[in-house]
Design a protein around this ligand. Structure first.
Ligand code: GH3
Ligand code: MG
Ligand code: MG
Length: 353
């Protein structure tokens, strides 16, 4: 365990208290400790303050008008967005069974009247520290240690949320799976440390190629998933082709060697008639990726929602400069070799970082 003070705690406290006298008293103590405070007098304003103010801790009076404080705790703990905010109950005369009920429902502590500023601050700082530790642990549990991208757990959490919000906003959304080609050979020829460096640089390239609003995760060993909200099929192909071309352009210096690597990408769109859930779109992207591999790698394939089968985009034959000219609409591709394809001439290019 780290000593007190070893972790920086955010200091934003929501005070839900109906008594103006107690609010003033607590406000003054919190201000003296330089704690940013937001005040609410009842359950409605208290709950709405959570989404506006994003408190790190809530000081909650049990005796509130209309509904009691237990209802506030029940609602806070029932909502994933507020579930982890620690609640300290302020109580004038809570019975033992009320205290037990509060703790049982998820409150972290009690402070009884008459309030003592030293005790209150010690309990409050302790709860803030615990919250900061938990936030740090949660953050670390969602980050891949090698590439510093989000990991698979983070993807599992974020994908359904992004899916829901794009669906509500009636926006398109694309899912890409990119996999480095013949990566095992790099490990075999240059060693595991070289493979790690390739993964780091591929991840950094992906991060630079994607938009700020895209969510990128390391999905497995040498596999990455990009969830691109508000991105139509043309935009997704541009993004995938940029990534593929940028990876192919990399020259990764490792000790005395220069390593090159290519990647294959599968794309699937959300909200097509056959796709009801994120896992189905991921599966389509995976099938498209599989076909890109089978067709020779260093290619982008897309799940065609009309034919219900993967198709090549037909752009893999161009180097990155030519590809950029093509995607910017400055030149025309002519007839690409290799049969049916989806060719994009003037797509809305995603914003580069
Ligand atoms: P394909 O083109 O079909 O994708 O072939 P591949 O060699 O890239 O795929 P394969 O699944 O055969 O091998 C993936 C390799 O990635 C095997 C595994 O040891 C390696 N790997 C997975 N995670 C890491 C890692 O964190 N660091 C390094 N250096 N290698 C890793
Ligand atoms: Mg691979
Ligand atoms: Mg793989």
């Amino acid at each position: 365990m780290l000593p007190n003070g070893a972790i920086k705690t955010a200091q934003r406290v929501l005070l839900i208290e109906s008594s103006a006298t107690d609010r003033q008293l607590l406000r003054n103590w919190l201000a003296a400790e330089r704690i940013e405070t937001y005040e609410a007098t009842d359950i409605i304003s208290g709950l709405s303050a959570c989404s506006k103010f994003h408190p790190n801790l809530i000081l909650l009076q049990l005796r509130l008008p209309t509904w009691d404080g237990f209802e506030v705790i029940r609602r806070l703990k029932g909502d994933p967005k507020t579930l982890s905010i620690p609640v300290i109950i302020l109580s004038a005369a809570a019975t033992t069974s009320e205290k037990a009920k509060g703790i049982d429902m998820g409150a972290v502590d009690f402070v009884s009247k008459p309030f003592d500023p030293v005790e209150l601050m010690a309990r409050l700082q302790s709860a803030l520290r615990t919250k900061a530790y938990l936030d740090l642990l949660e953050q670390r549990a969602h980050i891949d240690g090698l590439t510093e991208l989000s990991n698979r757990f983070a993807l599992q959490d974020r994908l359904p949320v992004m899916w829901e919000s794009c669906s509500k906003a009636e926006q398109s959304m694309a899912i890409l799976i990119a996999d480095l080609d013949n990566f095992k050979r790099i490990n075999d020829h240059h060693g595991h440390a070289a493979g790690d460096e390739v993964l780091r640089q591929a991840a950094a390239t992906l991060r630079m190629t994607a938009r700020d609003s895209d969510f990128i995760a390391r999905y497995g060993g040498e596999e990455f998933v990009v969830v691109a909200p508000d991105c139509d099929l043309s935009g997704a192909i541009v993004l995938a082709e940029r990534f593929r071309a940028a990876i192919a352009d990399l020259r990764i210096g490792f000790r005395t060697s220069t390593i090159r690597v290519t990647s294959s990408v599968g794309i699937a769109m959300a909200f097509t008639p056959a796709v009801k859930a994120p896992v189905e779109a991921l599966d389509h992207a995976d099938q498209a990726l599989y076909r890109a591999k089978a067709a020779g790698r260093d290619a982008v394939w897309v799940w065609d929602p009309v034919q219900n089968t993967p198709r090549p985009t037909g752009l893999a034959q161009f180097d990155s400069t030519m590809l950029q000219l093509l995607l910017d609409g400055h030149v025309s591709a002519g007839a690409p070799k290799g049969g049916p394809h989806i060719l994009v001439r003037t797509p809305p290019a995603p914003r580069l970082r």
